[in-house]
Ligand binder design. Structure first.
Ligand code: 5GP
Length: 198
């Protein structure tokens, strides 16, 4: 049972697509027993390597609309014509349990979580070591065709990188293990400020 005195820390990661924020989120939550990962809802089609309920809850547009109408969605955003959202029930469950949660979200999504839980959220912007590296990673994923990759890169350059200053912390994802360590250090420090261990 969770210690009733423990208070959740909501760790929101954002940054350009392809920067590795989803992988960082996954590995971070896997590595530390007391860090849980949030599973979002999306109208995007399930990829071949993805699992329902683990990577996302995959919804139809109608199902997504219904959840919106029922106020079940804390924040949501459109990305490449698909909708992605965080359920209130997911966040409330972890907050009630006093568990730490890590999210990987678009920038407006990350800022929305911060607005909803200002005291309990730490926002971290993940930066690529360079634009060339970001392009290489996006292409290396092999999931999308060239046109979509270019579109994602345009989004990254124009909209995403300029928001880094609005976040509490920034991490450069050059060496992956170092990025995980940097993230842990941020979480440790933020928990310490709140008088708790991780
Ligand atoms: P992908 O299609 O690559 O899985 O995700 C596309 C983008 O949506 C990524 O930047 C991902 O982090 C973001 N994303 C995933 N779930 C959510 C969510 O619940 N809310 C918001 N705002 N963004 C999300």
């Amino acid at each position: 049972m969770a210690d009733a005195k423990k208070r959740s820390l909501l760790i929101v990661l954002s940054g350009p697509s392809g920067v590795g924020k989803d992988t960082l989120r996954n590995i971070f939550a896997e590595r530390y027993d007391n860090i849980f990962r949030s599973v979002s809802v999306t109208t995007r089609k399930k990829g071949p390597a993805e699992t329902e309920g683990k990577d996302y809850y995959f919804l139809t547009n109608e199902e997504f609309d219904k959840k919106l109408a029922d106020n079940e969605i804390l924040e949501w955003d459109t990305y490449n014509s698909n909708r992605y959202g965080t359920l209130w029930s997911t966040v409330r469950m972890y907050v009630e349990q006093g568990r730490n949660v890590v999210f990987a979200l678009t920038i407006p999504g990350a800022l929305a979580i911060k607005r909803a839980y200002p005291e309990d959220t730490v926002s971290v912007f993940i930066l690529p070591p360079s634009m060339e590296e970001l392009e290489k990673r996006l292409k290396g994923r092999g999931r999308e065709d060239e046109e979509i990759i270019r579109k994602r890169l345009d989004i990254a350059i124009e909209k995403e990188l300029s928001h880094a200053g609005e976040f509490d912390y920034r991490i450069i994802n050059d060496d992956f293990d170092k990025a995980i360590d940097d993230l842990y250090e941020i979480v440790r420090k933020e928990k310490q400020i709140r008088g708790e261990d991780v």
